[in-house]
Design a protein around this ligand. Structure first.
Ligand SMILES: NC(=O)c1ccc[n+]([C@@H]2O[C@H](COP(=O)([O-])OP(=O)(O)OC[C@H]3O[C@@H](n4cnc5c(N)ncnc54)[C@H](O)[C@@H]3O)[C@@H](O)[C@H]2O)c1
Length: 255
């Protein structure tokens, strides 16, 4: 098998539709020589149906990142399909409605806690669940939305992403000795289920469409997926704790 990820075994979380960023990652990874195992949350039969649309049908393991039992059993479930992992993709985010769309000042702690557990803490939790299968040279990659700024409607999800960005640096610190890298891709706005759940998301769409120096497609997940593949590959062997922007250059310009 040839390709950027030839022979690599990957665990990819976060597929729910074929518009999911994770679906593009899984597809491109298979096209580039990787063996892919998916995890699915909630509507498993839907995820299994989507998995059949990949170039190679991929097995789907149930994983709710807030379920300690799922996390504890993950390595054994993955071992039923592959004997180890060279990469783990965290493509998971969720915040209750109160946390988004301008609700920053009123969202109750219980809802904020959910957003942080699913979108931030889970990055570390997933990495630790997969750690028994990972060795030197392997990589964890996650998806963020530039958290260096406060965005109009992103609210507690923005705080969760800031935490994710920090968590990735700490994971890089703590897993570096084992030769395991942790990096994030900061994607521009893409029309996925997660994005559509943000009231006012069209503000991002308009801003990017008008201002991104390279232009920006709201429906093309491939640029973000390509960056994930690059970070999972052997071509970033000395890079960890990094955030690669795949946003048409939007982060680099003044408003
Ligand atoms: N779409 C965008 O504009 C955009 C931009 C930058 C970053 N991101 C990030 O990309 C990642 C993937 O999102 P997407 O845009 O592909 O949307 P998506 O809706 O396709 O994927 C989100 C995934 O999170 C999963 N999930 C939610 N709660 C979970 C739980 N408790 N346990 C396990 N999985 C759970 C969902 O099942 C779904 O598969 C997220 O981290 C998101 O914040 C998205």
């Amino acid at each position: 098998m040839s390709g950027l990820l030839a022979g690599k075994r990957l665990l990819v979380t976060g597929v729910i539709t074929d518009a999911s960023i994770a679906f593009s990652v899984a597809k491109l990874a298979q096209e580039n020589g990787a063996q892919v195992v998916l995890t699915g949350y909630g509507r498993l039969s839907l995820v299994e149906r989507i998995a059949k649309r990949l170039p190679e049908p991929a097995p789907v393991i149930e994983l709710d990142v807030t379920d300690a039992g799922h996390l504890a059993g993950l390595a054994d479930k993955v071992r039923e399909h592959v004997d180890g992992l060279d990469g783990v993709v965290h493509s998971i985010g969720f915040a209750p409605q109160s946390c988004l769309g301008g609700g920053f000042l009123d969202a109750p702690w219980e809802d904020v806690a959910t957003a942080l557990q699913v979108s931030t803490y889970s990055y570390k939790a997933l990495a630790m669940a997969a750690l028994p299968l990972m060795g030197p040279g392997s990589a964890v990659v996650g998806l963020t939305f530039d958290a260096t700024k406060a965005w109009p409607v992103y609210d507690w999800m923005g705080v969760a992403k800031a935490g994710l960005e920090s968590a990735s640096r700490y994971l890089a610190l703590h897993l570096g000795k084992q030769g395991i890298r942790s990096n994030l891709v900061a994607a521009g706005p893409l029309r996925t289920i997660a994005a559509k759940s943000i009231p006012g998301f069209e503000q991002f769409e308009d801003a990017w469409t008008e201002r991104a120096p390279l232009g920006w497609s709201l429906t093309d997940q491939e640029p973000a997926a390509r960056a994930c593949l690059a970070l999972l590959s052997d071509w970033f062997p000395a890079t960890t704790g990094e955030i690669v922007h795949v946003d048409g250059g939007y982060h680099a310009i003044g408003a």
